[in-house]
Ligand binder design. Sequence first.
Ligand SMILES: Nc1ncnc2c1ncn2[C@@H]1O[C@H](COP(=O)(O)OP(=O)(O)OP(=O)(O)O)[C@@H](O)[C@H]1O
Ligand SMILES: [Mg+2]
Length: 246
Amino acid sequence: MNSTHPLLLVQDLEKSYKGTGKVLDGITFSLNPREVKVIIGSSGGGKSTLLQCINLLSPYDRGKVFLDGVLVTEKNKNVCRQEIGYVFQHFNLFAHLTALDNVTLGPTTAKGVPPGEAGKTARELLEKVGLGDKMFNYPAELSGGQKQRLGIARALGMKPKLILFDEPTSALDPELIGEVLTIMKDLAMEGMTMLIVTHEMSFAQAVATEILFIEKGRIVEQGPPRQFSNPVHERTRQFLHMIEDQ
Ligand SMILES: Nc1ncnc2c1ncn2[C@@H]1O[C@H](COP(=O)(O)OP(=O)(O)OP(=O)(O)O)[C@@H](O)[C@H]1O
Ligand SMILES: [Mg+2]
């Protein structure tokens, strides 16, 4: 395998659901190792669908997704998913498992990591996200910010090549958002490759290598964060004004 391909290549992706028009209408972009791309856009524009299509949680109609140069297909999707972390808006934690077991489950069952080793890694990750004192608590016993930090630790437990974040802070009370963004900033500094749907624009300005504005399943504008201080497209301006006012 050569080293010139991007870590993630999304090529001309198209998707409709039953009874919808095109929810993704020709999305193309790539993500190099250590890059952090932020996706913004109005509700219903296709952001979550795009993330779901990348690891085939949702099938698409046309186009291709390559992970590290390998086409993601029905046959290899489970292997690919092990390399793509996913952090959800509503956490999707395993309610019946402790924080520690939430992090060890994937590595032990899907990757065959010995329990002792998985436990050691999980404890380190929980310390890293500030949950060292919550290892034996269940998700219901955690605050929203703690739940999402656990969601991030769980994704990291699989040692993924990249992590997809779908509005990781939008279900949190305002005072809990910062603690999750801090962890994500740290990951970016460490060189984790990330694709993040978020409307936290100051975070995006600080951390993103590029921002993509998506509407009606198309990329309307993409560029470095500074471009989004003074966008080229009128529609991008309107959107940014709208989210500023919220
Ligand atoms: N399972 C589904 N079946 C049918 N239509 C769907 C399904 N999931 C999403 N859609 C439709 O696809 C479009 C894109 O939805 P998607 O969830 O990707 O948008 P989004 O950009 O993530 O929006 P939000 O900001 O509200 O999360 C919407 O019109 C939505 O109603
Ligand atoms: Mg969404």
